[in-house]
Design a protein around this ligand. Sequence first.
Ligand SMILES: [Zn+2]
Length: 140
Amino acid sequence: MKFLCVECDQQMAFAERALPGDGTLAATFKCPTCGRVVAMLTNPMETQLVASLGVEIGGRTVPAEPFEMVRTFVTDGRPDGQTATPSWSVDAQERLARVPSFVRGMVKRIYADYAKERGITEITPAIMDTARAELGLEGM
Ligand SMILES: [Zn+2]
């Protein structure tokens, strides 16, 4: 979730967050260029939704992984280790090798989780295609 200052085309920086204790959430964001401040208010249900998506607003100490929300969704509620880790066919390994290195580990995990949940023991390019379409990961 990001807030942009339309006038400056700048990403607004997190300024402060308040948790009043009644389930609502208030956060303010400030444009570093013009100083404009916007506030976000959520009702208890929205706060829960945001929390359940694993979105943290402010206070994050590590950089966000772009597909963290996708992975949370894919693995949510299903304990790992129910089935063996799927293996990768030679073709699939070659295809994985073409994924940019900075996202390869994450992409690999998404496919592995997908296969595990469906009891697939070997990941092939065909499985990768199906997973991509089903998970909406076109371009990975
Ligand atoms: Zn601005």
